[in-house]
Design a protein around this ligand. Structure first.
Ligand SMILES: Nc1ncnc2c1ncn2[C@@H]1O[C@H](COP(=O)(O)OP(=O)(O)O)[C@@H](O)[C@H]1O
Ligand SMILES: [Mg+2]
Length: 216
């Protein structure tokens, strides 16, 4: 029977905010709960490199399976959804604004990673606009910001609080700290879950994000 995969998109029209980092690690966390399809909608194809680096059997059902056979990422999303319990989609930067919007019309949750600075928060307004457009066609779509690359002592400044209020979008209680584990995992072709002690704190925060994002 076809499954109706719970589909999580990582979207921000700005590059470098953590879409791919969070996609890889969330998909690894989800793989402990069910089968996972990964859709790389970014033409730079970072997920493809990550999957290639794993040197594992691509048919191993315990690992996220990459869907990349079609040039159109929406086709890849639609191929993945009937096959899996969960699908994670890494959305492209601003060049492909229409691609992001169409993808979001078929997702359950969109997470918007943002760096903890007012500039980055202001720059996310366009992404929120795209999400709102997608919602007009897909009312079930839920959205949240997730702060990425936070530092232990970095407080929310007033400018940040104001910028967040203007976006009118919830922020996950869990934020993703800046950690070497995230950078190391991706170049080793693994997730933070495979780094043992080196990745333990990162793995805990990714699991916390899942609790906030995936319905029980
Ligand atoms: N929480 C984090 N801690 C440390 N480095 C991070 C973290 N999140 C992202 N990075 C690094 O920041 C850069 C941009 O992240 P990436 O996930 O590629 O962003 P995007 O996919 O949005 O362009 C990469 O070099 C990545 O390794
Ligand atoms: Mg990326």
């Amino acid at each position: 029977m076809a499954k109706a995969a719970y589909t999580i998109a990582l979207a921000n029209l700005k590059g470098g905010c953590g879409k791919t980092t969070i996609s890889t690690n969330l998909s690894a966390a989800l793989a402990a709960r069910g089968s996972v399809g990964l859709v790389d909608a970014d033409p730079q194809g970072a997920l493809r490199h990550w999957v290639d680096w794993q040197h594992t059997d691509p048919n191993d059902a315990r690992l996220p399976k990459l869907y990349a056979e079609h040039a159109d990422p929406l086709e890849n999303l639609k191929s993945a959804q009937p096959q899996h319990d969960f699908v994670v989609a890494d959305c492209p930067p601003s060049l492909d604004i229409a691609v992001t919007q169409r993808m979001l019309e078929f997702c359950d949750f969109v997470l918007v990673p943002v760096l903890p600075s007012p500039l980055d928060l202001w720059a996310s307004a366009q992404t929120i606009e795209v999400i709102n457009q997608a919602r007009a066609k897909n009312p079930k779509l839920r959205a949240a910001l997730v702060l990425n690359q936070t530092e232990p002592k970095s407080a929310m400044t007033r400018a940040m609080t104001q910028a967040i209020a203007k976006l009118n979008t919830p922020v996950l209680a869990t934020s993703v700290r800046r950690r070497a584990a995230y950078r190391n995992a991706v170049v080793e072709g693994v997730s933070v879950f495979q780094l043992g002690n080196r990745g333990r704190e990162a793995a805990n925060e990714i699991n916390q994000i899942l609790i906030e994002v995936v319905p029980k």
